[in-house]
Design a protein around this ligand. Structure first.
Ligand code: ASP
Ligand code: MG
Length: 411
């Protein structure tokens, strides 16, 4: 007997029919003798609609009331799934995040989970019931409803799996049911030859998630990694095997590049002739952070004559805000001109095998050169290489590197 956590995303509970299918999967796992937790998201576009509704009332809704509002989407789903299971002749009970003891900090709209109480789950298992839990929400220490950030239901699912493991359950299965059949070597909408992966390590998945490959909420992968909970991402439409996100195994290093990704909408800022003295970079990035702008990659050149050029990238939507800050800073620190390019993208390759293989960067650069794509900036981490390129080359660059590493061939 295992503890099985099944998470169904918004599209997988969008209609009555799909709710019955999800209920059927939970019942099948229960009939196989497992303890079953079902985590559900809000149905279809519900959360987006609730956000729009709030903005019809005010352009600046309070974060606390936003959570109060957005959490209702999941509450609808859990009740409907429980009813569907009842109608099929089985025992089930639904809980909101607060009812199941999922406690978070008080940072509304992006709260972090602090504690999960499994007692209530265990009581229900003892009665043979399937437990349905609302994803994406919890309560803080003062019983205020909080939410975990958009896409947060994945995190609820993995956190519940981790809590059961911590409570001593030996065998944990965590399944994320979605409308795609797994994680691909690249976004199949951009690269039609992309291939579904059988396995990917937590680290690789985290890198891809941070690059905007939006299959999984990255906090969920972090939980999986921390508590070693293998996560099975699979389709709710069929029974085929999806992708296992799991601990890195020695055999994984044989594959140099696991996947490629495109971060399409970026802007680049260059501050020329920045004085090369201690504390200057700290000041620049402190002020940018204070303006709530997240910096993506940073490149500082070797200095000459006590001055250096500093470039960094931000999301294109932050370009105007960052422009104000950069102009002001350049004046304050006595730097030269500030230049902007709002038309850039980033193409990246990710793979744990890079740690032990040479020539990976060269192969990527050659692939881009052969496609006559100019590289503006290069950044690397231990398991990732990224190139900043012109936006108009974005899709072509993704295809070029995907082909170069033969990601479409059966590995
Ligand atoms: N319903 C929430 C959202 O749309 C949470 C989720 O789907 O995971 O962001
Ligand atoms: Mg959703």
């Amino acid at each position: 007997m295992a503890t099985v956590v099944q998470k169904f995303g918004g599209t997988s509970v969008a209609t009555a029919d799909k709710i019955r299918r999800a209920a059927g999967r939970a019942i099948a796992a229960r009939e196989a003798g497992h303890h079953v937790i079902v985590v559900v998201s809000a149905r279809g576009q519900t959360t987006d609609e609730l956000v729009d509704l709030a903005h019809e009332i005010t352009s600046r809704p309070s974060a606390r009331e936003m959570d109060q509002l957005l959490s209702t989407g999941e509450q609808i789903s859990i009740a409907l799934v429980a009813m569907a299971i009842h109608a099929m002749g089985h025992g089930a009970i639904s809980f909101t995040g607060g009812q199941v003891g999922l406690v978070t900090d008080s940072v509304h709209t992006k709260a972090r989970i602090q504690k999960v109480d499994v007692e209530r789950l265990k009581e229900q298992f003892a009665q043979g019931k399937i437990v349905i839990v609302a994803g994406f929400q919890g309560v803080d220490a003062h019983q205020n409803i909080t939410t975990l950030g958009r896409g947060g239901s994945d995190t609820t699912a993995v956190a519940l799996a981790a809590a059961m493991k911590m409570a001593g359950e030996k065998e944990i299965v965590c399944e994320i049911y979605t409308d795609v059949d797994g994680v691909y070597t690249a976004d199949p909408r951009k690269v039609p030859t992309a291939r579904k992966l059988d396995v990917i390590s937590y680290e690789e998945m985290l890198e891809l998630a941070s690059l905007g490959a939006g299959v999984m909420h990255s906090r969920a992968v972090e939980f999986g990694k921390k508590f070693d909970i293998p996560i099975h991402v699979r389709s709710s439409l069929n029974d085929s095997k999806g992708t296992m996100i799991t601990k890195e195994a020695a055999s994984m290093e044989g594959i140099v590049v696991r996947g490629a990704a495109l971060t399409r909408e970026l802007a680049k800022v260059t501050i020329r002739a920045v004085p090369d003295t201690p504390g200057v970079a700290a000041k620049i990035f402190h002020e940018i952070a204070a303006a709530n702008i997240v910096v993506d990659d940073i490149i500082q050149n070797i200095s000459s004559d006590g001055q250096t050029d500093l470039s960094f990238t931000v999301a294109e939507t932050d370009a105007d805000d960052v422009a104000d800050v950069a102009h002001r800073l350049a004046k304050e620190i006595g730097a030269g001109a500030v230049e902007f390019d709002k038309n850039i993208s980033k193409v990246s390759i990710v793979g744990v095998g890079m740690r032990s293989h040479t020539g990976v960067a060269e192969k990527m650069f050659k692939a881009l050169a052969n496609a006559r794509i100019n590289i503006q900036m290069i950044t690397t981490s231990e398991i990732k290489i990224s190139c900043i390129i012109r936006r108009q080359d974005a899709e072509a660059s993704l295809k070029a590197v995907h082909d170069a590493f033969q990601l479409n061939d059966e590995a």
